[in-house]
Design a protein around this ligand. Structure first.
Ligand SMILES: *Cc1c(COP(=O)(O)O)cnc(C)c1O
Length: 376
């Protein structure tokens, strides 16, 4: 059996190596390293796959979130409702811009924003909601869009973990990240659509917003050396775009491989009373950026399981051990310990198993047998 990794990036590369190597060599040969034709072509191809009017590539998923807030013209003091049970980037960009993160709790089964708590957190200062489609499954966008409409709020979807997932809602089936005003994503190597370094993108159906996003990405400039607004420098390298164009063609088969591994896990753990397998929403497909279990009994039992797995050659990770509202950088009196009970409980219960497009049956068998042995 091949040693098990959380994510097998080399195994995935080896299957597309000739194509990827040739595409990268071609970028080097043409020396169109920045804003080359590969970037434009990738933006077009991704917009076709997502069914969205505009895709604007940028340097990483954190930038994408920051650029979204800047393009929407949010001002210091504006409140933005988001999850605390997320990767810190979602909250970091709010703090950087002087925006006030207001945390809503999540649902224990799907780990996604609880619309009822989002509605409770709306105030006269609220300007936007940022749902995070955590671990690869879209949040309840019908409910979130309804709250946004009722209160005239923007919606920015953090789609860093769920690119390609479908949301089947009141207005039909749409790709995650294309339902709100802006969607953002990351092409970090281990993401579902990962490049060979950093990368990110924003999606929107709004022509005016697309223009503003492009301007922010490009130093606040539309005509070279004329700067109308404060911007940033955030670009996707042509080399990364060349890799992403090839991987994009495989994205649906990658999602199928992840779902097959998830189904294998679900089946193997169905009769373990102490474990909860990830809940599937009736209104969405799941692309399993992570396969995340909940262990009854809290962090002690969960950490014992993690140790047992690692001792038997099975890597496991806790996403996320500390919620954003309890991080030293983001602590506040409003969101003290106990203020987001589900979020806090989840940080003690969750454990993510290896998940990638390259998990072989013998590896899956070893992982599931090792987990089962712990609970026997
Ligand atoms: C990865 C990730 C980001 C940030 O993406 P980078 O490309 O690493 O900057 C933002 N939000 C979520 C939910 C993520 O998982």
């Amino acid at each position: 059996m091949k040693p098990i990794q959380m994510v097998d990036l080399l195994g995935q590369y080896e299957k597309i190596k000739p194509e990827v190597d040739a595409a990268m060599a071609e970028v080097v040969r043409t020396t169109a390293f920045i804003n080359g034709p590969e970037v434009k072509a990738f933006e077009t191809e991704l917009s076709e796959m997502l069914g969205v009017k505009h895709v604007i590539a940028c340097a990483n998923g954190t930038d994408a979130l920051q650029i979204a807030m800047m393009a929407l013209g949010l001002k210091p003091g504006d409140e933005v409702i988001t999850a605390s049970f997320t990767f810190v980037a979602t909250v970091e960009v709010l703090a950087l811009l002087g925006l006030v993160p207001v945390f809503a709790d999540v649902l224990p089964g799907t780990f996604n924003l609880d619309p009822a708590d989002v509605a409770r957190k709306v105030s006269p200062r609220t300007k936007a909601i940022v749902p995070v489609h955590l671990f690869g499954q879209p949040a309840d966008m019908d409910a979130i869009m309804e709250i946004a409409k009722k209160n005239s709020l923007y919606v920015v979807e953090d789609d860093a973990q769920a690119i390609g997932a479908d949301h089947m809602g009141a207005t039909g089936t749409h790709k995650a990240g294309t339902i709100g005003d802006i969607g953002t994503t990351s092409f970090f190597p281990s993401k579902n659509l990962g490049c060979f370094g950093d990368g990110g993108a924003l999606f929107t159906n709004d022509d005016e917003l697309a223009k503003k996003i492009r301007r922010v990405c490009n130093h606040g400039s539309e005509v070279r050396y004329y700067h109308d607004t404060v911007g940033v420098n955030s670009r996707l390298d042509s080399l990364q775009a060349a890799v992403l164009r090839i991987k994009l063609k495989h994205l649906s088969e990658y999602a199928a491989a992840r779902n097959a591994a998830a189904a294998n896990y679900d089946h193997a753990f169905a009769d373990i009373a102490e474990l909860s397998t990830p809940e599937r929403s009736p209104f969405a497909t799941h692309v399993f950026h992570q396969y995340t279990l909940r262990v009854a009994g809290g962090s002690e039992r969960r950490d014992e399981l993690k140790k047992h797995l690692e001792a038997n050659g099975v890597p496991a990770m806790v996403y996320y051990p500390v919620p954003c509202h309890l991080q030293n950088a983001y602590k506040s009196t409003r969101f003290a310990q106990g203020s987001l009970p589900i979020t806090e409980k989840l940080t003690h219960e969750v454990i993510s198993l290896p998940m990638s497009t390259e998990l072989h049956v013998d590896q899956l068998d070893h992982i599931t047998a090792t987990v089962r042995k712990f609970f026997k």
